[in-house]
Design a protein around this ligand. Sequence first.
Ligand code: UDP
Ligand code: MG
Length: 319
Amino acid sequence: MLISIIIPIYNESEGIKTFHTKHLLPALAKEAPLSFEIIYVNDGSKDDTLKKIHSLTKEIFPIRIVNLSKNFGKEIATTAGIFQAKGDAIVIMDGDGQHPPAEIGRFIKEWQNGAQVVVGVRSSNEKEGVVKKYGSKFFYKLFNATAGHEIIPRSTDYRLIDRVVQKEFLSFSERNRITRGLIDWLGFDKTYITFSSPARIAGSASYSFNQLIKLAFNSFISLSLRPLFLVGWAGAAITLLSLIIGILVLIEQFILGDPLNLNITGSALLGIFISFLVGIVLMSQGIMSVYLSHVHGQTQARPLFVINPKGSSLLNEDE
Ligand code: UDP
Ligand code: MG
């Protein structure tokens, strides 16, 4: 049994050696009969991270290095690593120590017990910045309310996937990707394990506030089209409401001769008419988004379906 460990790294010069020798190697050594390959994906680091990983000892466990030509971002870097992995199972983790390698054994155990995807979930009782804490809380609330499918709060990229899942993952061609979103989309037999995430070994998180906002936004755009449809529904509601108000006002004012003494002015009528038109504009945006969603789905070119070989009996089993 070979297990691949994939670690995307960007500007981790300060901590990478400690991570590798003090955290990763001892954790892997504990899983004795299993063999490992370690794949570092250098995501266009601007410091001497690459030199540092080249200097790590390759004797204990083989190390492969994928050196990306520039910074592509963690999601793409992870994908590059998944392409390289040859293992029966693949563990994906951060290289800053925040996904403690000591937990790898638990991931593997779940896999050996039959799980095809093992998802690491950060325990809730840990300190994080107020902005990030409430920001991500808000994100999950909003996402789960609008996206149409749920994601488990605090689930992370610290994951194990079976090679069967890897094979399907590699068929994704979309550019704006969220690795964990894609893995979730694939399905398969999944279990969750909770771990507590320590502080970084060194340095600071390279995701700035802006990038986090962008990531959250991307999650919405790539995983859900509900926000677009919501605009359309809002338009329909506005149109209907202004139509009803308009009709009531017309009847009250001009047919019944204003028995309620409302004295509706011309500009008030104009206001009602304009909101009626605004509703129609929003509604047509909603209709347009239906077309867009078809185009979007087509260009994402996701597989039509995914078969889980576990539990299937198929015609060709030529692998
Ligand atoms: N990372 C990467 N490319 C980037 C940014 C980050 O490969 O453009 C790596 C980084 O080196 C680390 C992991 O992704 O191993 C998580 O990054 P970080 O700690 O900055 O993010 P956070 O802990 O906030 O998720
Ligand atoms: Mg981190």
